[in-house]
Ligand binder design. Structure first.
Ligand code: CU
Length: 121
């Protein structure tokens, strides 16, 4: 389903995220904190580090993906639509707008970087 409202939200998020991401791209490899599953969150599945999301937009040139994501436990972030940087552009080859995925994101030097994407169809 295509909802144009999300496009404007994504643009705002993209602007904000670009600002945040411009500072730190690949600072180091740490930050893979293994957050434990939160029993308060009913949506918690097997993988505590993986978050369900729907792909809204992909920008391979900029290595960015716009996701409508559920709450991200390890980042303590509520569900929203926003843009993430991905670790490797090749991660974007296996997904397209509209796909349901699970993804892993870490906070690296103050920026959010997606380190894994798995289609869930
Ligand atoms: Cu978010």
């Amino acid at each position: 389903m295509k909802i144009t409202k999300f496009t404007s939200i994504a643009l705002v998020a993209a602007t904000f995220t670009a600002t945040v991401l411009s500072g730190a791209a690949y600072a180091d490899g740490k930050g893979q904190d293994h957050a434990k599953a939160d029993p308060m969150k009913g949506m918690a599945m097997a993988d505590a580090d993986m978050t369900n999301a729907e792909v809204r937009k992909i920008d391979k040139d900029a290595k960015k993906i716009t996701l409508k994501h559920e709450a991200i436990k390890n980042l303590d972030m509520p569900g929203m639509t926003m843009v993430f940087q991905v670790k490797d552009a090749s991660m974007l080859d296996k997904v397209q707008a509209g796909d349901k995925i699970k993804f892993k994101v870490i906070s690296e030097g103050g920026a959010y970087v997606v380190t894994a994407i798995e289609p869930t169809k």
